[in-house]
Design a protein around this ligand. Structure first.
Ligand SMILES: NC(=O)c1ccc[n+]([C@@H]2O[C@H](COP(=O)([O-])OP(=O)(O)OC[C@H]3O[C@@H](n4cnc5c(N)ncnc54)[C@H](OP(=O)(O)O)[C@@H]3O)[C@@H](O)[C@H]2O)c1
Length: 304
């Protein structure tokens, strides 16, 4: 059996990975997260691990000896990273260095999740080799984690991704698609930025990319997202239309007017050819992925 540790197994990508990997049957899966498991299904071993505590991380890894670590855990809220930099550094940077240390000793392969926020968003879409220049503390912390991995001699795959959405059994955070759905279904008007451009990523596709990365065991950075650049406003309107909801409730707003605490890159997006060629990733448009998402969507499992 291939032993896989998923850090952040309670999160959106973590739970989506459990959905994908458990039925496969060829993996012995271990989930690390805070508190009790939010994934109430057999087929994996859950470990309560505070990932900001090196002693707990080292002990949990040593007890398992994984072949792969998929590091989905992070402080992901961009504004919280900005206001709580010390805590952000511990989980987004230092914890990654502990995983790297472990991989050096054990020869385990690290699959690490990173972000489009390593770029300044002046010139998207971006290739893997384009110059990074984060404009938020979150982006800076994720870039530092990449640098720690790149300067090590371990086996690694860094998957950078963009605006991840999905629905899992027990959500702790909302995401763009669920926020729009919930607001419009309850008749609540929303304002959405029209001058930030992204290629949104279905957590299901991202989990498939993680599996492809385990199979390919190819070192390097790969960009993973849907295949067409859209404004966040267009994304919200597409959600409304796909679900037959009232798009008149959505009003465009500029980033300047919205005035979010931390800076956001205006226009990111990725060239994803490298992941297609080297990992076998099969990109889809947001519209295609949203139709698949709709086919599996169930209001009653939506606890936010
Ligand atoms: N979401 C996006 O739009 C997006 C975009 C680009 C890149 N990414 C990257 O993709 C990865 C996965 O994102 P996601 O959306 O799945 O994130 P998520 O839903 O926020 O999941 C992260 C998980 O990490 C856990 N975690 C954080 N600190 C921890 C600690 N000290 N000890 C134990 N567990 C801890 C969280 O636990 P709690 O649930 O207890 O908080 C959460 O379950 C991240 O590395 C992120 O940087 C995400």
């Amino acid at each position: 059996m291939i032993k896989v540790v998923i850090t952040g197994s309670n999160g959106l990508l973590g739970q989506t990975l459990l959905d994908l990997l458990i039925p496969d049957g060829k993996y012995q899966i271990h989930g690390f997260s805070r508190g009790p498991s939010r994934y109430p299904v057999d087929g994996f071993q859950y470990h309560t691990v505070d990932l900001s505590d090196k002693i707990q991380v080292d002990a949990a890894l040593a007890a398992i000896s994984p072949n792969f670590i998929i590091n989905t855990a992070a402080m992901t809220h961009v504004d919280v990273c900005d206001s709580n930099r010390e805590a952000c550094d511990i989980i987004n940077v230092q914890m990654v260095s502990w995983l790297v240390e472990y991989c050096k000793l054990s020869n385990a392969h690290l699959i690490h999740l990173s972000t489009d926020f390593v770029f300044d968003g002046k010139n998207g879409p971006y290739k893997e080799t384009d110059t990074t220049n984060p404009i938020s503390y979150y982006g800076l912390s994720k870039l530092r984690s990449e640098e720690t991995i790149l300067s090590s001699k371990i086996n690694f795959t860094i998957l950078r991704t963009i605006l991840v959405y999905g629905l899992v059994r027990d959500m702790s955070r909302t995401n763009i698609v669920l926020w729009v759905l919930k607001s419009l279904k309850t008749g609540k008007p929303i304002t959405v930025v029209h001058d930030q451009y992204r290629m949104p990523t279905n957590a299901k596709s991202l989990s498939e990319a993680c599996k492809l990365a385990m199979e390919a065991k190819r070192n390097g950075i790969f960009h993973i997202s849907s295949s067409r650049l859209m404004s966040v406003y267009q994304i919200a309107v597409t959600v409304a239309k796909t679900f037959g909801l009232n798009s008149d409730l959505i009003s465009p707003i500029s980033s300047l007017e919205l005035n979010q605490p931390a800076n956001r890159p205006p226009k990111t997006g990725f060239y994803i050819e490298k992941a297609v060629k080297e990992l076998g990733f099969a990109p889809k448009t947001f519209e295609e992925e949203l139709l698949e998402f709709k086919a599996n969507y169930d209001d009653s499992t939506f606890n936010l």
